[in-house]
Structure formats: C-alpha cells, structure tokens
Design a protein around this ligand. Structure first.
Ligand SMILES: Nc1nc2c(ncn2[C@@H]2O[C@H](COP(=O)(O)OP(=O)(O)O)[C@@H](O)[C@H]2O)c(=O)[nH]1
Ligand SMILES: [Mg+2]
Length: 324
C-alpha cells in the first residue's frame, strides 16, 4: 500500500473521520492543492523551494515553521539523494506529521471530583458556541455538567449561553449583564459543588476596554477558582478562530503567556481555506490543539487527533489522483 493510501486508511473508522474530512474541504482546495501543485511536473531547484515556502506561509503555518520545513526538505534531499519533486511531496507530509506528533492531547479531567474548565479568547471566536458543544459532548459521556456565564460584558452573551445550556440539557449559573464576572464564577463554583457536578465550564468576556483589563480580569477569575476550589482548575482553553489565520497565531502568543493557557479550541475549521494554522499553533507556540470546531451544530466539536487531521488534510475524500 502506498504512503498516501495508508494515510487515508488510517482515517477509516476513526471518530468523526468523514465529518473531519468534509470540514477540511476548503483547506484542501485552497491550501493543500497549492502545496501539491508546487511539486507537480517540476524539477527540484531553488525556485521550487521559494514557491513552497511562499505557499506554506500563505497557508498560515507560520513563517518560522515554513522556513524550517523547507530547510528539512533540503537536508533530506542531500541525505537521501532524492531526485524527483513528486517524492519530495511525501517527505513534506512526513515532516508535517513529525511536527504534529502522535500524542492525542486529551482534556485533562479527573474522575470523582470537580473539574473546572475556563474558556478564554477574543470576541466572536466561538467561545460560547464551543462551550455549548462541549457541554453536550461531556454530558453524552455521562458527566454532570454546569455552565457559568462569566461573560457579563456583552449584551446577549448570557442569553446565548442559556440557550446552549437548554439544548445540551445542562444548568447555567448566571447574573445580570454588567455584573462582576468574579461573583458569577464564585456562585457557579458553589452550585457545582452543591450539585456534585463533574465539570464546570466557565464562559468569559472576549473584550474589555483594553487588553490589560482583559488579562487582569482573567487573573482575578483564576484567583477566585483557586481560593474556592483548590486544584479544580484543570484546563484554561483558548478559543481561536481558524479563519483569522495570522491573528489567531498572535492571540495564541498573547493569551498563551498571560492567561496560562493549557490548550486550544480551534473553531471554524470548516470555514477556512488556511487550515495550516493548526500546524503553526503547534510548532510556533507549542500549544496543544485539544478540540476543533467543524461546524455550527451541537455535534460539531471533535477531539483533535493529529494523525487523523493530517490524513484528512492530505488525502482527498473522492479523488485518488493526488494520492501519489
Ligand atoms: N462554521 C462554524 N461557525 C462557528 C464555529 N464555532 C462558532 N461558530 C460561529 O461563530 C460565531 C461566534 O461564536 P460565539 O460562540 O458567539 O463567539 P464568542 O464571542 O467567542 O463567544 C457564531 O455565529 C457561531 O455560530 C465552527 O466551528 N464553525
Ligand atoms: Mg460568547
């Protein structure tokens, strides 16, 4: 079996494989096809390397990563005496698989105790939506889930979370708009303990008057959690919008440093042609993508399985022509 057929085979029977593959259609057409085109009917020369680097950068894998990948290809050409451009394509995919790693970055949740998940990120990236989907997913796994409406800043944010709570069938603890988010978090923790919840997921505001305010507020929320429920904070998940490319990368940097982020929820992968951003987040900031949003429905949140992702990225659902 060839390299690409094997990759494709690895998708079969994997959880959400088909949906994942579907959701990456735009990325395959917009980014991967361009990458593959660079190798088609070409000889290996300086121009090829330059084009490849350009296409990788445009696909949002990040500048450093693009440069490193091209450098790796040069090394391997020398070491393995590669002559054919088509062969190089396979080497590129192998190197991307290496970057992504084989480890599946699961949520770090414990049994028989309260687990708190704090969800942070700028406005509109999909925090509230992802929380609704995650609540549904965890509840389906038999967990008792409660949501805390910590975004008291934006009009409508509280109601939006309540709607998701209803859909997922879980309770939402909220105050009124404009209330102190720390007070909401305090009440949510008390409720979670009283109701013996397994998981409390806390929504937060994405925009205060400035970035310093936002980071200060997140710190305050974390302090409350530590005071009221030592050791319960298991995850600080940063929601990033895959369609924003370079912005997503710079947010990874800002929040990663200030908010103690433990993982990323990468949303709207279905809406971007630049899914290369997954590679960039991993290799430039070493933040594990733990969950991916692949649509707007309640079921459209998946665990991120690096190998499945790479397989879905580089193998087309229908046509085998590209498979090599
Ligand atoms: N296509 C698609 N849309 C999404 C996804 N996740 C969120 N959205 C949409 O993004 C918009 C903003 O989401 P919201 O949860 O309100 O963002 P928040 O401001 O960070 O809480 C909404 O219209 C969502 O339906 C996704 O995975 N795919
Ligand atoms: Mg929101």
């Amino acid at each position: 079996m060839g390299f690409f057929s094997k990759l494709k085979e690895s998708l079969k029977g994997s959880f959400g494989g088909e949906k994942l593959s579907d959701s990456l259609t735009k990325t395959r057409k917009g980014f991967i096809d361009k990458v593959f085109d660079v190798f088609t009917g070409r000889i290996i020369d300086e121009e090829l390397f330059e084009e490849l680097e350009e296409v990788l950068i445009q696909g949002d894998v990040g500048v450093n990563t693009a440069v490193d990948l091209v450098e790796k290809l040069r090394e391997r050409i020398r070491a393995e005496k590669i002559k054919e451009a088509e062969q190089l394509r396979r080497v590129l995919v192998e190197e991307i698989i290496k970057i992504m790693g084989d480890e599946i970055p699961n949520l770090d949740l414990a049994d028989d105790e309260l687990n708190i998940i704090l969800v942070v990120g700028v406005n509109g990236v999909g925090k509230t939506t992802s929380i609704g989907k995650l609540a549904y997913k965890l509840k389906a796994e038999g967990k008792r889930v409660i949501l805390g409406a910590g975004d008291t800043f934006r009009a409508g944010a509280i109601d939006q979370l309540k709607v998701w709570g209803q859909r997922a069938g879980v309770d939402v603890i909220s105050h009124n708009e404009g209330a102190d988010p720390a007070a909401v978090v305090y009440d949510a923790i008390k409720a979670a303990i009283a109701r013996k919840a397994d998981v409390l997921i806390i929504d937060t505001a994405g925009r205060l008057h400035n970035k310093v305010n936002l980071m200060e507020e997140l710190k305050k929320i974390k302090r409350i959690i530590d005071n009221e429920s030592v050791g319960a904070l298991k995850e600080v998940l940063l929601a990033l919008d895959a369609t924003t490319g370079q912005n997503a990368l710079s947010q990874a940097k800002t929040f990663g440093q200030a908010a103690g982020v433990t993982g990323v929820i990468l949303t709207k992968l279905d809406g971007t042609a630049k899914g290369g951003v997954v590679i960039g987040i991993k290799s430039e900031y070493d933040l594990p993508v733990k969950l991916i949003g692949v649509g707007e429905r309640m079921e459209d949140l998946q665990e991120f399985i690096p190998r499945d992702f790479v397989a879905a990225l580089f193998t087309d659902g229908e046509d085998e022509n590209n498979a090599g």
